[in-house]
Design a protein around this ligand. Structure first.
Ligand code: GAF
Length: 362
């Protein structure tokens, strides 16, 4: 028998920025994300063993993952890799051992979905011989994150990473899982800035899970299985807090997402910006997932002339995004750091981003 020649595959998956529609995914609502042009690359050479030896450029310690790993075996970044191995096996796919190396240009903890980028790139690499449909990959990645890592997240990040397209935003309906492309070519006159606060965001921490439980309770009190099934004013029928405010955020946010997609289709960036500010206020006052630090960045970006600014991602830190003219982008880059530093916070990192291509084998 001729020995099999070891082939090496390489997969790439981007991070994401959610333009609007926060915490709506697990409520089966709507969101409008883009994939970034920075992401995670995974190189994988399979062998006939039953262990994956994994190195990551960003981590000092290598890990090994048994192909029959189970929840609890690994934590930290290794749990995301091991979770993918476990979730693939759970879905009936064979995982081979081998060597895997990881590099990434998505900053960790910045609310730009470094975890989904890692999961999607690992899954694409592990299934390169028999590629799976993107929706299946998204669900397996979500299972890894929910049941192995222990973060009760929705499908927003994985769908953004897998379906991303250059100069295109994605209108995602989390009930039908339909993804509609909305052209988003900013040209040279406008910029989408990502302002990384350097206050780390984490979905594993308890507050994310608490928001999810409040939404489930709100739906239960309204007699439905998800907040997607009620009319936009249904939050008025809830008497108790925090369910009333949490439901109001979700129901008004869904409307804002649909309006934002419409505004983007018509190139109406002023309306898009206004909706982003309303979304931020709703996350601050009703969903209570922002922080004073994040609020300060969003407010200052608007004072400096942004059309709109809002926190993106799960919350309690991470990044703020701002839509603005090229001229205002320069002003924000030059002046925002000073306000933030005067308030005693670390200087933010600010960069302009554009929608990029989704996950693929290279
Ligand atoms: C995090 C989660 F991973 C997503 O599923 C989503 O809920 C998001 O927070 C908030 O919109 O990124």
């Amino acid at each position: 028998m001729t020995p099999e020649i070891a082939t090496t595959v390489r997969a790439y998956a981007p991070g994401r920025v959610n333009l609007i529609g926060e915490h709506t995914d697990y409520n089966l609502g709507y969101a409008l994300p883009i994939a970034l042009r920075s992401g995670t690359s995974v190189t994988f050479t399979a062998d006939d063993g039953d262990v994956l030896a994994v190195t990551s450029e960003a981590e000092s310690q290598d890990i090994t993952v048994a192909v029959d790993t189970a929840p609890g075996d690994l934590d930290g970044w290794g749990a995301y890799v091991a979770g993918c191995v476990w979730a693939l096996q759970q879905s009936g796919h064979v995982v081979r051992g081998g060597r895997m190396s990881i590099t990434s240009t998505v900053p960790m903890g910045s609310g730009l979905s470094s975890s989904a980028a890692l999961e999607c790139a690992v899954l694409l690499a592990l299934t390169a011989e028999r590629p799976l449909p993107p929706l299946k990959v998204a669900r397996i990645a979500q299972r890894a994150e929910n049941d192995y890592v222990g973060a009760p997240t929705g499908l927003l990040d994985q769908l953004s990473s897998l379906y991303g397209r250059a100069d295109t935003a994605l209108l995602v309906d989390f009930s039908s899982l339909e993804v509609t492309e909305v052209p988003m070519d900013l040209g040279d006159a406008h910029r989408l800035l990502v302002i990384d606060s350097h206050a780390p965001h984490q979905n594993v921490a308890g507050e994310y899970a608490k928001r999810r439980v409040s939404c489930e309770n709100a739906a239960g009190e309204l007699g439905v299985s998800s907040l997607r099934e009620v009319d936009p004013e249904a939050w008025r029928r809830l008497r108790d807090e925090p369910e009333r405010s949490r439901a109001r955020h979700i129901l008004t946010e869904n409307m804002r997402v649909l309006d934002a997609a419409e505004a983007l289709r018509h190139g109406d960036l002023a309306t898009l910006g206004r909706l982003m500010c309303l979304s931020h206020a709703s996350m601050r006052d009703d969903f209570e997932i922002t922080t004073e630090h994040i609020d300060l960045i969003a407010e200052r970006a608007c004072e400096l002339g942004a059309l709109g600014a809002r926190m993106t991602g799960g919350g309690f830190g991470g990044s703020v995004i701002a839509f603005c003219s090229d001229e205002v982008a320069h002003r924000i880059t030059a002046e925002l750091g000073e306000t933030v530093a005067d308030a005693g916070y670390p200087a933010p990192t600010i960069r302009a981003v554009r929608p990029g291509r989704g996950a693929h084998l290279c």
